[in-house]
Ligand binder design. Structure first.
Ligand code: FES
Ligand SMILES: [Fe+2]
Length: 384
């Protein structure tokens, strides 16, 4: 956060805590449960939101060096992301230009040439076809076929963003607005990937995001884990176009101290939750970053697939440093998988019942409302 914004934040949170009030939306909001259960709506989300917005498809730390690659199928299409020998990150459909099988079968690795397992067509790190066994059999191979099909991506702030058709890096910067310099300040481009996990769950992809967007539930659902350390109901929210930042205020934040000082740096006392719209959650936790990418599982509105990654400022030098990340990861997974995702699974069953047509977002859930308003505006759904 820039200094002016920090001062505003300190003043805002101090008043909230002193007066016992919470940041509020103007009104409550209802959302049709069908948005979580309807396959036609999931298809609409893919077409009108996922394909129309910039989307994080990898983190730079997955491919730090020339020749590093990672494959990804969360988007519903097989992709391979490669850092070329020129150090530029490119993304390709992981689809051989001969007869279409996967060229790269491993999850991740590093190499200079990618030979298709089927008939040995071989591509380089820039996706260019370099060798065709028995090439006399393909005398009229056209130029377009001599390259893996590439997707437009840019690497920015330690993240690899797939751009919508017709977008350039300048459009991404413009869409981030003031968030662009704020994300730059985290220096995620210098971080290392500590670990990453693939997760599949039986609930709609949006419910995985919903759980990060309100602090109302902390003292109930997380009473035995993170609840005592973060203040429930204090999630000051700022929107940047469709992107959202919600601050979670730690219990260590003492409003009297903050108010008394002319300026107190609030950062040690907060965690920042960003929705990089539509489906990436970036968490700044002080000493590390977490990146969550949430997707529908194919066409199924009732299932989601995602990855969670922990990025650290540097690789651990000692066993104690490694244990620090192990503990962090255990708390994260324990809290999210056993608590947040347990109620999410139960909610999905509820959505599929005839109990009610709409769910309700409170005035104390402004970030949640902002996310669903953006989704509704792009999908032209009937949210109200
Ligand atoms: S499908 Fe890849 S070489 Fe034939
Ligand atoms: Fe939670």
């Amino acid at each position: 956060m820039k200094q002016l914004e920090r001062e505003r934040f300190v003043a805002e949170v101090a008043v909230h805590l002193r007066d016992g009030v919470v940041p509020m939306a103007d009104s409550t909001m209802e959302n049709p449960v069908a948005l979580y259960t309807d396959a036609a709506h999931t298809a609409r989300e893919r077409a009108l939101v996922f394909d129309a917005q910039p989307m994080v498809i990898a983190v730079s730390a997955q491919v730090p060096n020339a020749g590093d690659f990672v494959t990804d199928e969360l988007t519903g299409e097989p992709l391979v992301i490669i850092r070329g020998e020129d150090l530029v990150v490119r993304a390709f459909y992981n689809v051989c230009r001969h007869r279409g099988t996967k060229v790269v079968c491993e999850a991740a690795g590093s190499r200079r040439r990618f030979a298709c397992p089927f008939h040995g067509w071989t591509y380089d790190t820039s996706g260019t076809l370099r060798a065709v066994p028995e090439s006399y059999a393909f005398p009229d191979l056209d130029e377009a076929r001599k390259h893996l099909t590439e997707l437009p991506v840019v690497e920015r702030h330690g993240l690899v963003w797939r751009l919508p058709s017709g977008w350039h890096e300048a459009d991404l910067i413009e869409s981030l607005g003031p968030l662009d310099s704020e994300l730059a300040a985290y220096r995620a481009d210098t971080y290392v990937l500590e670990r990453s996990e693939h997760i599949e769950q039986p609930f709609n992809w949006k419910f995985a995001i919903d759980g990060f967007l309100e602090t109302y539930h902390l003292r109930f659902l997380h009473s035995k884990t993170i609840g005592p350390f973060i203040r429930s109901n204090h999630g000051p929210t700022t929107t940047y176009g469709h992107n959202i930042r919600m601050m979670a205020v730690r219990s260590s934040y003492i409003p009297e101290v903050a108010e008394a000082a002319a300026f107190v740096d609030p950062m040690p006392h907060v965690a920042a939750v960003y929705i990089l719209f539509p489906n990436t959650v970036l968490l700044w936790q002080g000493d590390h970053l977490e990146v969550w990418r949430m997707y529908p599982d194919g066409a199924d509105p009732g299932r989601s697939i995602m990855t969670a990654s922990l990025l650290a400022p540097k690789a651990p030098d000692t066993d104690e440093e490694q244990r620090h990340w192990d503990r962090n990861w255990a708390v994260l997974m324990g809290t999210v998988l056993n608590e947040d995702f347990a109620v999410s699974r139960a909610a999905q069953a509820g959505f599929s019942s005839r109990a009610q047509t709409h769910v309700l977002y409170g005035r104390n859930e402004p970030a949640l409302q902002a996310f669903h308003r953006s989704m509704a505006s792009l999908c032209a759904s009937e949210a109200k």
